[in-house]
Design a protein around this ligand. Structure first.
Ligand code: GAP
Length: 455
């Protein structure tokens, strides 16, 4: 197999999973568009997360908050002052580089270091060892912090500056009181949300791994401070199980504790995925303590405390958070399922061995030839099945090429309509993984389309 990373990137474009944004205008780095297959896959991943995290837990509820907020939200949360990455600029080209990434490559860890003088020292002490193709390290300026919040001029009459949200969870924190009142619960509940976040990433690279516009699936659990450890363990486990249920293999995920914590965290770990470019953060599990609610209480002068009748004391809830990027997970799912198989005729078949539950297309409906009577029958089969399954009708090119295309996007079943169908109302069903074909009556089709046929 050629490099899997390159192969998946190529497949994303050729089979309509992901397109670079504004390609016909020379692009917009760090931004991508989902194509016809991508939009189905991401929808299925998000639906699975919603089902596993929200619907299957009686104490977790969903919301969908707006991208824009009063800019005070970001002052209170600490993002206007602390949400930044250290960067250095090449004097000659003006290109910026992440200092923590440059240092990491030579084995120096400055993650979570907030003192710019310490970073300058670490950087200057190891500058000689840093290598960037085509760059003279002596042209790299002293590190500085660059804020990641994306600014906007929306509502300029009222605010000098507004922001596109840098993380989805602030919409949950500022609604904590509304939510707790509406569900009649003070504590011991979680709130989940899926939505866009925006960051002015200094170096948006590595395909869709580091984006400037991306989606997060976040859950914040509000509880007594003394429950923080127990909740941390509960959501660490739930997150792990969710990844496994999507088909991610155990060997390709690991936990990594944080030595240096970001400003809002009391305790944190990353779930890392073994991307072909190295182990990298896929999800964060954070104990945010009462940081966010206390800050919003201070800035908004609205109480975020609740009174506990049992202990007769007031508390600001502790928050355990899980936060996973949709695109990082989407990429991990594609990498995990991408397979190349050598066939007896020595050709190579590319198959996405996706869990049927998340495959973009469940059934491809294919007339054997482009003959009017076969096409009509195939359309009628498509019309029956598309009430219950996501189907794709495909009549272009040879049947062999159509099977290959279906395999490349992970379609579990291909149903072929041939001349025998016109005589006896039977079709063939081809299984993506075994490539075995069975002949089945149209009226019995649904019994043969179970996701359990795939392990
Ligand atoms: N609310 C906490 C939070 O936002 P984070 O570690 O900054 O924490 C959480 O981000 C997750 O969001 C990451 O684990 C990653 O999956 C995703 N993410 C963060 N920045 C991203 C980016 N620039 N591009 C794509 N995904 C990103």
């Amino acid at each position: 197999m050629e490099n899997k990373w390159e192969a998946v990137i190529k497949l994303c474009k050729s089979r309509g999973f992901m397109f670079p944004s504004s390609e016909i205008y020379d692009g917009f780095s760090g931004v991508y568009d989902y194509g016809p297959m991508g939009v189905e896959l991401e929808k299925n991943i998000k639906a699975k997360w919603w089902k596993d995290i929200v619907h299957r837990n009686k104490d977790i509820f969903g919301i969908n908050s707006a991208i824009f907020t009063n800019p005070k939200v970001w002052e209170a949360s600490g993002h206007t002052s602390n949400f930044s990455d250290p960067c250095t600029t090449d004097k000659k080209t003006g290109i910026k580089y992440r200092v923590d990434h440059l240092l990491e490559k030579i084995g120096v860890d400055c993650n979570g270091v907030t003192d710019i003088d310490k970073i300058k020292k670490l950087f200057n002490d190891s500058k000689k060892l840093i290598k960037i193709e085509g760059v003279d390290v002596n042209d790299l300026q002293d590190p500085e912090f660059v804020n990641l919040l994306v600014e906007s001029n929306l509502n300029k009459t009222k605010f000098e500056k507004t922001y596109l949200r840098g993380e989805t969870c602030q919409g949950i924190f500022i609604n904590y009181k509304n939510i707790s009142n509406s569900i009649n619960k003070n504590i011991g509940f979680g709130v989940a949300q899926i939505g866009k976040a925006f960051r002015n990433e200094i170096s948006a690279r590595q395909f869709i791994f580091r984006l400037r516009e991306f989606q997060q699936m976040e859950m914040q659990y509000f509880d007594f401070p003394n429950k923080s450890r127990e909740n941390f363990e509960r959501f660490k486990k739930l997150s792990f199980e969710f990844l496994i249920s999507l088909g991610i293999s155990k060997e390709n995920i690991r936990y990594k504790d944080h030595d240096n914590l970001v400003f809002y965290c009391k305790n944190a770990l990353d779930i890392e995925y073994k991307y072909p470019v190295g182990w990298k953060e896929l999800e964060g599990i954070h104990d945010r303590g009462d940081w966010d609610l206390s800050q919003h209480q201070k800035f908004s002068k609205t109480t975020m405390e609740f009174f506990d009748e049992m202990t007769k004391k007031s508390y600001t809830p502790n928050v355990i958070e899980t936060s996973i990027g949709v695109e990082r997970l989407f990429l991990a799912v594609l990498l995990e399922s991408y397979t190349e198989e050598e066939l007896p005729d020595k050709t190579t078949r590319v198959v996405l061995k996706l869990k049927p539950e998340i495959a973009p297309i469940y059934i491809a409906v294919l007339p054997l030839f482009k003959k009017e009577n076969l096409k009509q029958k195939a359309v009628s089969v498509f019309n029956i099945l598309s009430n219950d399954y996501v189907c794709l009708y495909d009549e272009t090119q040879s049947i062999g090429k159509r099977y290959r295309r279906a395999d490349e996007v992970g379609t579990p079943f291909c149903i072929t309509i041939d001349y025998q169908t016109l005589e006896d109302e039977t079709v063939t069903i081809r299984n993506r993984d075994s490539m075995k074909q069975d002949r089945v009556r149209i009226s019995d089709l649904k019994k043969s389309l179970s996701p359990d046929l795939f392990d």
